[in-house]
Design a protein around this ligand. Structure first.
Ligand code: SF4
Length: 350
């Protein structure tokens, strides 16, 4: 309970004042990836000199204000020390929520073994998002890996079993709408429900493809879908979702509603909370306000792994000023939009 209160305090504060320290860390722990996605070029990178476990431990011990952490990638489960990373961050930050996306291409047993250890750390909520961009042929085509869809289904079955043992685990499918799969969400959900009868619409989280030079490395890609087709997919999901009073489901509903606005206008639907409520740390130690804002604020290797000098730098002040003036790059991604929504709580209910 006290961990929930620790997260609730900065969230409530963010409704009334500007936060001095972010409570959410979006951390790309590796840029290695076995996928071949059409919408993201991270897989083309050959990263070296990524942060070591010792460096991450130092970072975690010096920055003890995170209550919600996303360990992303690349493919995060490619890091054999993912459990140690989660442990180091939890030991020092006492986090309430840990989210991890996966492409399901790492050995399933290895994922489950690491995940079981993570689940035993006592983090109240651990959320796994399985990337799924279509039914079998479509998903494998977009992801560029034959058999990837089947791997996603296998992992989903294993996670469903694991949920019976670990009440702090939940999982979703992360569906990114692009020009390759626009108009195919209904078919995909029906296809998945035939294989996994326990799945309902609330298992699906939708996103639209985003451009990010420093993260997805996809500035020159041409994958953005057509506005009306994307909106139809999103509306279809919204209409069929089971109503729930669970806070996470309410926020998810608000996220989806605002996603339609974002697709319609091309603008962020609400005041951005990047840097204030969350920051993005890449696997080389670079710090950015968000995953889409290509404005490097500094590198933790140059500040003895301390974020404070970076958060208080002149560049960071400039970012805050740009946000106040509404000049941030438009975006609406789950990595940042959730903090935006809970920082303006009444918008969740309307
Ligand atoms: S979207 Fe994910 S799985 Fe695909 S290339 Fe990028 S990091 Fe890898």
């Amino acid at each position: 309970m006290y961990k929930l209160i620790d997260l609730a305090i900065p969230i409530i504060k963010s409704n009334f004042s500007e936060l001095k320290l972010p409570y959410k860390l979006n951390f790309a722990i590796t840029y290695r990836c076995q996928s071949r996605c059409l919408t993201c070029n991270i897989w083309q990178m050959h990263p070296n000199n990524e942060l070591t476990l010792d460096e991450i431990k130092l970072f975690a011990s010096k920055n003890r204000f995170f209550k919600w952490v996303e360990l992303t990638g690349g493919e995060p489960f490619l890091r054999s020390d993912i459990y140690d990373i989660a442990k180091a961050i939890n030991d020092t930050n006492n986090i309430y929520m840990l989210t991890i996306p996966t492409n399901s291409l790492t050995n399933k047993d290895l994922i489950i073994r690491n995940l079981e250890k993570i689940l035993n750390l006592g983090i109240p909520r651990v959320v796994i998002t399985l990337s799924l961009d279509g039914y079998k042929e479509l998903h494998d085509q977009i992801r560029g890996i034959k058999g990837n869809f089947d791997r996603v289904m296998d992992l989903a079955k294993a996670l469903q079993e694991l949920k019976n043992k670990h009440k702090n685990l939940s999982f979703y499918f992360g569906y990114t709408i692009s020009r390759y799969n626009q108009g195919k969400l209904k078919e995909t959900i029906e296809y998945v429900k035939n294989i996994l009868p326990f799945v309902d619409f609330n298992y699906f989280h939708v996103n639209v493809g985003q451009i990010s030079e420093h993260y997805y490395n996809n500035k020159n890609s041409n994958f953005i879908g057509e506005r009306e087709a994307i909106k139809n997919d999103i509306r279809y999901l919204l209409k069929n979702r089971r109503f729930s009073l669970s806070p996470i489901e309410l926020v998810e509903n608000a996220f989806i509603r605002n996603l339609i606005t974002y697709v319609d206008t091309g603008k962020s639907p609400m005041k951005n909370r990047s840097l204030e409520a969350s920051i993005f740390l890449d696997s080389f130690g670079n710090v950015f306000p968000s995953i889409v804002w290509d404005y490097k604020l500094g590198n933790i290797r140059e500040t003895s792994y301390d974020l404070i000098p970076i958060i208080n730098s002149n560049d960071a002040k400039n970012i805050r000023k740009l946000i106040k003036e509404g000049k941030e790059p438009p975006s609406w991604t789950a990595c940042e939009a959730y903090q935006t929504l809970v920082g303006d709580m009444h918008k969740i209910l309307i």
